[in-house]
Design a protein around this ligand. Structure first.
Ligand SMILES: C[S@@+](CC[C@H](N)C(=O)[O-])C[C@H]1O[C@@H](n2cnc3c(N)ncnc32)[C@H](O)[C@@H]1O
Length: 335
C-alpha cells in the first residue's frame, strides 16, 4: 500500500525556491540580493554560512561580523564615530549601532544632519537615526533645557525596555556630550547600564592625515581646549618634550599661533580643519594664522625634542634599535 501523504510531488502549484524554503521573507530577500550582487548561487551562500557557523564559529562569509549580541533592555551606549573618514568607524561601533533598538544623534535642529549622523549614514546606511536637538550656544539656560529634554526622552525609551545607542564624534569619553547625557540619565534612572564604544579621535585623524608623530620614546602629550588660561598653555608649551594638542580653537587660531610663536614652536605646528569632511584643510599654522577656522579644527604642536635614543642600563638603545632595523647582511641569526 502506498501512503499518499509521503509521496514527493514532482511539480508544485506555486514556484518554490528550494534553497531558501525555511527562511523568513526578509532574510530570503536579502539572500536573493546578496546572491545577485556577488554572483554566487543562494544554495552556495547557505552552504557557506552553515559551514562558517559550524566549522569556523563565525556567522558570515562576506567579511562582516556575525550578528551582534542581543540588545540589553535599559542600556545606554555612547558610540564614537569618525570624525575622520567614515571608514575610520570601528567594527565594535557598527555592531553597537546594529544591535541597538534605537540610535540617537545630537543635532542643532531637527532638519540638520550632524557630522556623526553623516558618518553613520555612510558606514551603516541600514541604521535608522533619530535626531535630538542640543543647544550649542553659550546661553546656559537654553543648553540646560535642551539637555533635560534629551535626557527625559532617553529615559522614556530605556523604561520601555530599549537599548539606546547615542552617537558622538570621535571618542565618547573625550570632550563629548555623552558625559552630560549619561549624568542626566543616571540622575533620573540610576538603574541604567552605561557603556561606551571607543572612537577614533580628531587629533588621531589629524596626525594620520598630516603625517605627524605624536609621541616617541620619552615624549609626552597633552590635549587642551584653546580657551585654557594663557599661563597653563605657556607652561605646557615650555616642556619641549611634550606634544601639545589644541581643541576648540577654530575661532582663536591667531591667538594660538601667537602662543606657539612665543614658545618658539610655531614651525612644525599643524592645523586640521573639517577632517574627513567636505572642505577639509590640513595646513601648517604659519600659513593660516590670520584666517579664522571653523569650530571643527584641531592644532598639533609636536614635541620639538625628546625622541630618540634612551639609555637603559648599559644598553645603548640607538645601537640596539639600529641592529634590529638593519638587515642582517652576513645572514647570521642575531638574538
Ligand atoms: C566637542 S570636541 C569633540 C572631541 C571628540 N570627542 C574627539 O574624541 O576627538 C570638539 C572638538 O574636537 C575637534 N574636532 C572634532 N571633529 C573634528 C574634525 N572633523 N576636524 C578637526 N577637528 C575636529 C575640534 O577641536 C573640536 O573643537
Amino acid at each position: 500500500m502506498i501512503a499518499v501523504g509521503l509521496v514527493c510531488p514532482t511539480s508544485y502549484p506555486i514556484p518554490v525556491r528550494k534553497t531558501s524554503v525555511y527562511l523568513p521573507e526578509p532574510l530570503k530577500n536579502r539572500l536573493a540580493q546578496l546572491s545577485s550582487a556577488v554572483g554566487t548561487s543562494e544554495a552556495e551562500l547557505i552552504r557557506d554560512a552553515i559551514d562558517a557557523r559550524l566549522t569556523r564559529g563565525t556567522g558570515t562569509t562576506t567579511g562582516e561580523r556575525a550578528t551582534p549580541d542581543r540588545p540589553v533592555p535599559g542600556r545606554l551606549v555612547g558610540v564614537g564615530v569618525g570624525p575622520g573618514p567614515a571608514e575610520a568607524i570601528t567594527i565594535g561601533a557598527i555592531d553597537a549601532l546594529r544591535r541597538a533598538d534605537r540610535v540617537v544623534a545630537p543635532c542643532t535642529g531637527l532638519d540638520v544632519v550632524g557630522r556623526a549622523e553623516t558618518v553613520v549614514r555612510q558606514a551603516a546606511p541600514d541604521v535608522a537615526v533619530e535626531r535630538m536637538v542640543f543647544v550649542m550656544q553659550p546661553d546656559h539656560e537654553a543648553r540646560a533645557g535642551a539637555l533635560n529634554n534629551v535626557c527625559d526622552r532617553m529615559v522614556d525609551y530605556l523604561e520601555a525596555g530599549e537599548e539606546v545607542a547615542f552617537i558622538t564624534l570621535g571618542d565618547p569619553n573625550v570632550y563629548s556630550t555623552v558625559s552630560s547625557v549619561f549624568s542626566g540619565v543616571r540622575s533620573r534612572r540610576p538603574e541604567t547600564t552605561f557603556e561606551t564604544v571607543a572612537g577614533v579621535m580628531a587629533f588621531q585623524a589629524l596626525a594620520g592625515a598630516g603625517g605627524v608623530v605624536l609621541t616617541d620614546e620619552q615624549q609626552s602629550m597633552v590635549l587642551l581646549p584653546a580657551s585654557a588660561p594663557e599661563e597653563v598653555i605657556a607652561q605646557e608649551l615650555s616642556d619641549r618634550s611634550r606634544t601639545v594638542i589644541f581643541y576648540k580653537g577654530g575661532g582663536r587660531i591667531a591667538a594660538v599661533a601667537d602662543q606657539l610663536e612665543a614658545a618658539d614652536r610655531l614651525d612644525g605646528a599643524v592645523l586640521g580643519e573639517l577632517i574627513g569632511m567636505p572642505g577639509e584643510r590640513i595646513a601648517v599654522v604659519p600659513d593660516v594664522r590670520d584666517r579664522p577656522a571653523s569650530y571643527l579644527s584641531s592644532v598639533i604642536s609636536p614635541a620639538p625634542t625628546g625622541a630618540g635614543p634612551v639609555p637603559v642600563g648599559n644598553i645603548d638603545m640607538a645601537t640596539a634599535k639600529a641592529e634590529v632595523e638593519e638587515p642582517n647582511r652576513a645572514g647570521t641569526v642575531t638574538p
